[in-house]
Ligand binder design. Structure first.
Ligand code: CMP
Length: 139
């Protein structure tokens, strides 16, 4: 079945001018972009988005990083796009991420308290529905 996922180009990706390169890879894979929005996320939105990480040592650095600049929020659609985009993105740690992936090709470890790893992708159908509703309340 055709599914939808939420992709975020995080502030490091937007700041480094990689939004186009990242979306190019998503489209080249054959997925369709159905909604895009460049925005400054609010603390409330990020608290809801990252609720499952509250209390972890990287939680506050993560929220601070996500508040550090604009984020490009994207809904992408296609057969298997939820695991498919996670596969395109590569491992969470950009140093470990395989070459050929977004994080493996374009990301690195900056020695900071949080992984600045360019992108987020929903990890399940339930997460995708929840996250799309948060980032695109109109959809
Ligand atoms: P994301 O897919 O947006 O979900 C949670 C984020 O927290 C993750 O990407 C990373 O940016 C960050 N993160 C996850 N695990 C760690 C960790 N062990 N140390 C630092 N940052 C992390």
């Amino acid at each position: 079945t055709i599914e939808r996922t939420l992709i975020l180009v995080k502030p490091d990706g937007v700041r480094r001018g990689l939004s186009g390169e990242i979306l190019r890879r998503v489209e080249a894979k054959g997925y369709t972009l159905t909604a895009v929005n460049l925005l400054d996320a609010s603390p409330e939105l990020l608290a809801a988005h990252y609720a499952e990480h509250e209390g972890k040592p990287f939680y506050q650095p993560l929220v601070d990083f996500m508040l550090s600049g604009p984020i490009l929020a994207v809904v992408a659609e296609g057969q298997g796009v939820i695991p498919g985009f996670r596969s395109l993105a590569g491992a969470t740690d950009p140093t470990a991420a395989a070459p050929g992936t977004i994080r493996g090709d374009l990301g690195r470890d900056w020695g900071l308290k949080v992984q600045q790893n360019l992108v987020h992708g929903s990890d399940s159908a339930e997460s995708a529905a929840r996250e799309i509703a948060l980032w695109f309340p109109g959809l």
